[in-house]
Write a protein that binds this ligand. Sequence first.
Ligand SMILES: Cc1ncc(COP(=O)(O)O)c(C=O)c1O
Length: 463
Amino acid sequence: MTGDRSIPSPDDLAGLQQAAIDHLFVGTRNAAQLAEEGGPMIVTDSDGIYVRDASGGRYVDGISGMYFRNAGHGRDEIADAIREQLGRVSMHIYAASTSSTVRLAAKLAQITPGGLTRTFFTSGGSESNETSIKMAQAYHNRTGSKGRFKVISRKGSYHGGTLGTMWLGSHPFLPREEYQPVPSHAVHVPNPNPYRCELGGRTPEECADLCARAIEEAILFHSPESVSAVIGEPVTQPFGGVVPGPGYWDRVREICDRYGVLLIFDEVITGFGRTGAWFGSDTVGVTPDIMSFAKGVTSGYFPMGGSIATGEVSDVFSGSADKTFKHMFTYTGHPAGAAGALANLDIMAREDLPGNARRRGLQMSDRLEEMKERHPSIGDVRGVGLIQGIEFVKDRETKEHFGEEVGWGPRLTQALTDRGVWIRVGSFILPLAPPLIITADEVDGLCDAVDEAITEVEEAVGV
Ligand SMILES: Cc1ncc(COP(=O)(O)O)c(C=O)c1O
């Protein structure tokens, strides 16, 4: 149907799928792949932890959309708050604000840890990290350290898709070689992944110690006068919920303080209950100077994020006109997002979703540990709260992954889909991050499906 500009009827599933194949970039799939699969899943409805598609299938949403649907699907309370706000004031006007936006900023100052107090709102996670980085650079500029522009990030972390953020960290399934040159602010250090410690640490403690020291070495190597910030997620997602060994973030905090470097936490995924506390910062017991957030702040009911800074940082941008933080986005502080976020945060507090994430996370960890005993393909299980993951290996001794020709990821993805679970397995990592409302029975059902799917794929590839 390429070239045919008629719009398919929404009732005609085949027409919609063909239109998607012809006209849409869908996630990280390409048109030929989609054509082979008959088109993408077309979601028509969602409720609780489930999504339904146009062909009548119902799936457990195993990664909360994309790590954002913390309060679960079908929350009329959030949708109504957004609708009601749009009916009253539907925009954030330049150089003014709205009551919902101000109320959200005050609420965030109340629930975030430590002295985090002033928010710059954005439309998503990449913009939030861009904002945090610019804020850190401008902070140093204003406080007399004009050369501090470098940002130290950890390999195996993801911080966004824009040119300024994409070269921070690295993502195993999103290579960036095509987008050159590497910006001069990007400095990389190892990720404290205890299962594969790049620096050879044999215990989580040793790995944490070596990786924290690597940050200090990078600061000294590049010269403290050139380093603006260290950015990291308290718990790292791309490798499936990597929790650094004890003391890592305390050490990093000390190192940053020693050299006058700001610590930015990217809480785009870990914020708003995911780790079993309100913020990942609470889970690791360390407060950053600037925190980036998005996703869970509205549970994804409206595209919104932000950067919240301590008074020490944000006060630098107050005073005469030249002190203003010179940064803006058209949709900063959108009142519909703010109203949705306020309703979302009410639900999270009322239903104690961080507490539920902690309890259900412990249940899930137990189930995954038990699966590891029985499945030789499982190299490691990890995570905290409801950000968990399984890493698959061909050989537990060498930790070698299955070759691409084995098709481990696609096979497992299909086996899960066949069992009513929607998770895309990126070659060797199975991420598990369901909505925080999940019940104990639903965790068991999800884990049963994962267990059976692994058995099926192990048998098929002869493990
Ligand atoms: C930790 C982290 N930071 C930043 C981002 C970028 O957020 P967005 O896709 O909303 O721009 C993501 C997206 O998945 C993320 O996981």
